[in-house]
Ligand binder design. Structure first.
Ligand SMILES: C=CC1=C(C)c2cc3[nH]c(cc4nc(cc5[nH]c(cc1n2)c(C)c5CCC(=O)O)C(CCC(=O)O)=C4C)c(C)c3C=C
Ligand SMILES: [Fe+2]
Ligand SMILES: [Fe+2]
Length: 337
C-alpha cells in the first residue's frame, strides 16, 4: 500500500480512480486444452506450490497436467453457464458482481480481473493506466487472507507499481470480520432457512490449504475460524448446531482438517440427516462449490441416507455489493466516495 498526496480530479470529469475486483481465475472453455492452460499458469505460481522446480516441473508437465486436464474439463462442463453472458461460473459471477459494484460506486470505474487466465490482472492494470487512470483500489475477492491467494495478487500489484511511477495503488488485504460482510452471509443463510426450513446442522466449508502454510504463519485458518464464529453468532446458533471444515484437498501432503467429506461422514454416522452447507470463503460460486459440494458431496451424503442442502455464495446479490461498497468506502475514504 502506498500513501501519496491526493491526486487531482480528471479534467474531463471522467473517473480517475478504478476499482479492480480480482478473483482467482478459471478456464475460458470447458475443454482439456483450456483447463491445461489455466492449471499450468496457476500451478506454476510459487505462492501456490513452493516445491523446488527441479521436482515440481516434471511432475506438473508429465503427470498432473496430462492426467488432470480431461477429468477437470468434464467437471467444468457440468457447471458451465450457457448464453451470451455465460462461461465458467467463477467468471460469470465475478463479472456480475463487478457490475453490481459499479452501480453502488458510480464515481469509480469498476472492472473485474483474474489472477490467472483472462481478463488478466496485469493486463487490466496496464490498460487502465493507458486509459488515464492513476489511482487504483484493488479488491481481491478472498474474505480470508492467505499467502497462496491474496499475497499472489499483491505480487502482481507490486510489480505494476514498480513500473508505474505516479500511480497510487491500494489493496484490501482481507475482510473476514467485516460486519457488513458477516451480516450478508448470515442473511443469506437466514433467508435459506426461512424458505426451506432450518436444517439439523449448518456446515461452513472453506477451501483447504496445506497445513505447512499455516505452520509457517499464514493467518488463513485463524481467519476462517473467526469468520465462521462471527456468522454463527450473527445467526444466534449454539456451538453444537454448526461446524467448520475444509474442502478441495490437492496432492498428498497434510492439509487443514477436518475435511468436509469426513465431517459429513461423521454427521451421517451421528444420525444427522439434513445438513445445510455454506461456503463463506468463496465470494462467488465456482467449481469447488457447485461441482464439489452441491454435486459430489451431496451425492455422497445422500448415499449415506442424508440430505445436503447447498446455500449459494453471495455472488452478485445486492446485499453483497452493498457490503463490499461500504467496506471500501470505510477502508479508503479518500479514494472511494
Ligand atoms: C496447491 C494447490 C492449491 C492451493 C494451495 C489452493 C489454495 C486456494 N484456492 C482457493 C480458491 C479456489 N481454488 C480453486 C480451484 C483450484 N484450486 C486448486 C489448487 C490449490 N488451491 C486447483 C488445482 C484448482 C482447480 C480445480 C482443480 O483442478 O481441481 C477455485 C475455483 C476456480 C474455478 O475455476 O472455479 C477457487 C475459488 C483458495 C481460497 C485457496 C487458499 C486459501
Ligand atoms: Fe514448468
Ligand atoms: Fe484452490
Amino acid at each position: 500500500m502506498t500513501d501519496t498526496a491526493p491526486l487531482p480530479a480528471s479534467p474531463l470529469g471522467l473517473p480517475d480512480t478504478a476499482l479492480v475486483v480480482v478473483n482467482l481465475g478459471t478456464p475460458d472453455a470447458a475443454t482439456p486444452a483450456a483447463v491445461r492452460r489455466y492449471l499450468a499458469e496457476f500451478l506454476h505460481d510459487h505462492r501456490v506450490v513452493d516445491m523446488t522446480r527441479w521436482l515440481w516441473c516434471p511432475l506438473l508437465h508429465f503427470v498432473i497436467l496430462p492426467l488432470r486436464s480431461r477429468p477437470v474439463a468434464h467437471k467444468y462442463a457440468s457447471i458451465w453457464i450457457d448464453g451470451a453472458d455465460g462461461g465458467s461460473p467463477l467468471a460469470v459471477h465475478t463479472r456480475r458482481l463487478a457490475r453490481a459494484l459499479q452501480a453502488e460506486l458510480p464515481g469509480l470505474r469498476v472492472v473485474d480481473a483474474m489472477r490467472y487466465g483472462q481478463p488478466s490482472l496485469a493486463d487490466t492494470l496496464e490498460r487502465l493506466r493507458s486509459d488515464g487512470i492513476r489511482r487504483f483500489v484493488v479488491l481481491p475477492l478472498y474474505p480470508q487472507y492467505s499467502t497462496s491467494t491474496t499475497a499472489s495478487v499483491a505480487d502482481v500489484v507490486d510489480r505494476f507499481r514498480a513500473g508505474a511511477p505516479g500511480c497510487e495503488l491500494r489493496m484490501l488485504e482481507d475482510y473476514h470480520l467485516d460486519p457488513g460482510w458477516v451480516g450478508a452471509v448470515a442473511d443469506a443463510i437466514g433467508s435459506h432457512r426461512e424458505r426451506e426450513g432450518a436444517g439439523d446442522h449448518l456446515l461452513m466449508s472453506f477451501h483447504g490449504l496445506p497445513q505447512r502454510f499455516v505452520d509457517r504463519g499464514d493467518p488463513y485458518q485463524a481467519q476462517c475460524e473467526a469468520s465462521a464464529a462471527a456468522v454463527a453468532a450473527a445467526l444466534g446458533l449454539p456451538p453444537d448446531a454448526w461446524s467448520l471444515s475444509y474442502q478441495s484437498r490437492f496432492g498428498r501432503e497434510q492439509w487443514l482438517s477436518p475435511s468436509t467429506e469426513d465431517t459429513l461422514r461423521a454427521l451421517a454416522a451421528r444420525g444427522v440427516t439434513r445438513v445445510d452447507v455454506v461456503a463463506p470463503g468463496f465470494a462467488v460460486d465456482c467449481i469447488e462449490t457447485l461441482e464439489e459440494i452441491a454435486m459430489m458431496l451431496a451425492e455422497g451424503f445422500a448415499a449415506q441416507g442424508g440430505q445436503l442442502r447447498y446455500i449459494p455464495c453471495l455472488n452478485a446479490d445486492a446485499r453483497h455489493a452493498r457490503a463490499l461498497a461500504s467496506l471500501l468506502r470505510a477502508s479508503f475514504p479518500d479514494a472511494v466516495a
